[in-house]
Design a protein around this ligand. Structure first.
Ligand code: C2E
Ligand code: MG
Ligand code: MG
Length: 559
């Protein structure tokens, strides 16, 4: 609608400024404001869009809105509005069903008040409409904007190209506090923490409560140095200890941060990078703030934009992704008994990006399980061809901890195997050292279920994580794969051989086989053959190769 000459300019200016004020107070709700003298109103743009109203500015908006109200609720609504305009009441608080553009009715709560002029006459009528079907953007516990609010705000910074820094801060061991002192206590900790953060950050940024024990700050003004200082102050404060209820507790924090200054990306990618930095802080930096930098994940992973492109490939039918296969060799006979599928991503601009530069960043992405299933399906299809010419062939597929965490992960494995009619005994799933991030019972259940169904399970990167031995002790594993970092210098350094020997003893103790990765020459193989090693993998035998080449190699080895 056009605001015509009937509506004085000065009044429009006033309507707008009052409307802005209402919008700030009415955060997370739709807002409307009516200049009663002219019956001219301004309504929130998103309300106008969602409900299909004619315009943000409307004459006789009450009557227009009435058309959207469910016929059964109309009378109550009309009576309420009449009472306001006749001056009988000074406000209202009602619930009704309103029809959206798509024809669906949503339950809304509408609250409004009348503002009078200097003579006590009704001048403005304004208020808020809350749509109950919409996701709330406020966290009930802390009153802060929640993850949806955070996503919305990051999204708007991306689309407006506003440079910001985001810092995620989390409380370590909140689960333990919940378990020991109860959820009520855990909630009190979160509330106190949230309040303190808001006060501490002040007007330097906006504070959000994300999932679980994590909070975030978005700032436009702070430099990296200032953020570090703010975080260190927070850390000192909570480490010293705080009194909550009748307990005095000390909290350890973790933190990941990033600067958003490239906008060809999306919120989920930004969130994945933040989570990556946060996990680094938690797992390897004892809680020191980790800034996500272009080179953090690897030298090819130039920026958030690259990750964004890789992520998008998942939605574009996995274009750019492909698998290579590295043969696995039986130690005693020297013949191929299987292969490991290794993921690659390639495009014209960036060339080939190796998996360990993007997988850790994508692991927690909601799109990752789909990619994981594509990898499994593609690898199993290839393996079927190999199995046809080599009856004991086993395909190894790497599984990320985030896949194992999915409640339906084992079902998805059975679906792939059934659909492709592939025998489970010829599949070995490799779980990485990052599995230590998972709950041990959950991991154990998944592994036990997989093995009960015939699938083999290997523990990859053995020795690189601090709890590898703990994992083998608690979880039944078929094979441990000793990381190549342990044998790199085996030719010069005797200690490396001793280490491999102890690892094989651990494996034997728990009934597992040993595979050693990274064999680069015959000498390394000979040195390792002294130990109880079942299989080898390494450039000495073959680099990761295309499936056609693998097929040729297998055909050749049978002769
Ligand atoms: P990994 O599973 O431990 O794979 C072995 C890595 O060592 C491969 O690197 C392989 O190319 C490399 N390698 C093998 N033999 C030698 C050698 O003799 N010398 C040297 N210098 N390197 C050797 P790649 O393919 O870059 O993969 C790196 C990591 O990325 C993998 O480590 C695995 O953790 C992860 N990854 C690869 N593909 C997938 C996948 O499909 N899913 C998941 N979740 N992770 C994957
Ligand atoms: Mg592996
Ligand atoms: Mg490995």
């Amino acid at each position: 609608m056009k605001i015509d000459k009937k509506y004085p300019r000065e009044r429009k200016r006033r309507l707008d400024s009052l409307f802005e004020a209402f919008s700030i107070i009415g955060e997370d709700t739709y807002v409307y404001l009516c200049d009663m003298m002219y019956d001219c109103s301004r309504w929130s743009k998103n309300l106008v869009d969602v409900f299909g109203l004619p315009s943000e500015y409307m004459y006789e908006a009450g009557a227009i809105w009435e058309e959207h109200i469910h016929p059964e609720d109309r009378k109550t609504y009309r009576d309420g509005i009449d009472a306001i305009f006749s001056g009988k009441v000074k406000g209202h608080d009602m619930q009704y069903r309103a029809r959206k553009k798509d024809g669906v009715y949503d339950v809304c709560t509408c609250r409004g008040i009348v503002i009078t002029d200097e003579y006590g006459q009704p001048e403005y009528f304004g208020g808020s409409i809350r749509n109950h079907s919409e996701q709330s953007h406020i966290d009930n516990l802390t009153g802060l904007r929640n993850q949806y609010g955070f996503f919305e705000d990051v999204e708007s910074c991306i689309s407006n190209k506003t440079e910001i820094r985001i810092c995620v801060v989390g409380i370590g061991k909140l689960t333990e506090l919940n378990e020991v002192y109860g959820y009520g206590f855990g909630n009190a900790v979160l509330q106190r923490f949230g309040r303190f953060m808001v006060d501490h950050v002040g007007n330097r940024g906006g504070t959000y409560r994300l999932d679980g024990s994590k909070f975030a700050v978005i700032t436009q003004t702070q430099t990296e140095k200032e953020i570090r200082k703010t975080y260190e102050d927070l850390r000192k404060y909570f480490r010293k200890g705080i009194q909550i209820e009748d307990r005095f507790i000390s909290l350890e924090l973790n933190s990941g941060a990033l600067a958003l200054n490239e906008f060809n990306t999306d919120t989920q990618t930004v969130y994945s990078c933040l989570n990556f930095a946060y996990d680094e802080s938690k797992l390897s930096k004892h809680g020191d703030l980790v800034e996500f930098e272009d080179n953090l994940a690897g030298r090819h992973m130039r920026n958030i934009e690259t990750l964004h492109m890789i992520r998008n490939s998942i939605s574009r039918a996995y274009s750019g992704f492909y698998l290579l296969y590295q043969p696995i060799i039986e130690a005693v006979s020297g013949r191929i008994t299987g292969a490991e599928a290794l993921l690659r991503w390639k495009n014209d601009e960036y060339g080939v990006i190796p998996p360990d530069e993007f997988i850790p960043l994508l692991e927690r992405d909601p799109k990752f399980p789909a990619l994981g299933e594509w990898i499994l399906r593609t690898a199993v299809k290839t393996a079927k061809k190999m199995l046809a010419i080599m009856p004991d062939f086993v395909i190894n597929v790497n599984i990320s901890y985030a896949q194992l965490e999915q409640a339906d992960f084992t079902d998805s494995v059975w679906t792939v195997l059934n659909e492709l009619e592939y025998p489970p005994e010829h599949l070995c799933l490799e779980i990485t050292e990052r599995c230590r991030l998972l709950d041990m019972d959950l991991l154990r259940n998944a592994v036990v279920t997989l093995r009960a169904g015939g699938v083999k399970v290997a523990l990859d990167d053995f020795g690189t994580g601090f709890s590898s031995v703990g994992l083998v002790k608690n979880i039944p594993i078929d094979t441990i794969k000793i990381d190549r970092s342990f044998i790199q210098n085996i030719e010069e350094d005797e200690k490396e051989g001793c280490l491999v020997n102890s690892f094989t003893e651990v494996a034997v103790l728990f009934g597992a086989n040993v595979c050693v990765e990274g064999i680069e020459n015959a000498n390394m193989r000979d040195l390792l053959n002294k130990y109880d090693v079942k299989s080898f993998q390494g450039y000495f035998y073959s680099r990761p190769i295309e499936k056609e080449e693998l097929l040729k190699m297998i055909k050749g080895s049978g002769k």
